[in-house]
Write a protein that binds this ligand. Sequence first.
Ligand SMILES: CC(C)(COP(=O)(O)OP(=O)(O)OC[C@H]1O[C@@H](n2cnc3c(N)ncnc32)[C@H](O)[C@@H]1OP(=O)(O)O)[C@@H](O)C(=O)NCCC(=O)NCCS
Length: 161
Amino acid sequence: MTIKIRPLKKEDKAALLLILKNTPEFTPDEVIIAEEVVDGSLDKPETSGYFSLGAETETGAFAGFISYGLIPLTQSSWDLYWLAVDRKQQGKGTGTALLKAAEEQIIKAGGKMSFIETSSREQYGKTRHFYITNDYVEICNIADFYAPGDGKIVYRKKLAC
Ligand SMILES: CC(C)(COP(=O)(O)OP(=O)(O)OC[C@H]1O[C@@H](n2cnc3c(N)ncnc32)[C@H](O)[C@@H]1OP(=O)(O)O)[C@@H](O)C(=O)NCCC(=O)NCCS
């Protein structure tokens, strides 16, 4: 499958929201926060500090997105805020393509490290495997962070020396 990665467009918003709502890993509260980040990247990327890329299949269907930004008060540490791929398209390389494209943009902007955090819940097992496959290393694991039994795991990738 050929997948095209390009800047996110306002026209993608409806399809993006559908993906978020159809992603069982995300709670309704998470969908609201993700939408705020996406809106910031669409409206004012330079002032919001949020940037987003979208993925498109060869037939032009919207397949997923990634949002990222420089962590405030750091010189070159970037956060990957949200990443989601249409359930029908998962496991075909779209998430990897989005991640690599975001990392390329981060490096171009002078970024040296990228971080991503996720939940320790069993439901996120495939997601954690995805990060490890993409050379992210677990650097922090805080038990019961989000809720009792739901810890926070932080992964880091060094992008440049
Ligand atoms: C995590 C996610 C972004 C990965 O995108 P993807 O396009 O499915 O991933 P890819 O096809 O590029 O990579 C596949 C690898 O990721 C793993 N993977 C993670 N989630 C997967 C899923 N739902 N289906 C299939 N493979 C998945 C596979 O095990 C595979 O590893 P392998 O090659 O060693 O078998 C996507 O599955 C997704 O949107 N999940 C739900 C939302 C989420 O967890 N987002 C991240 C937290 S913000």
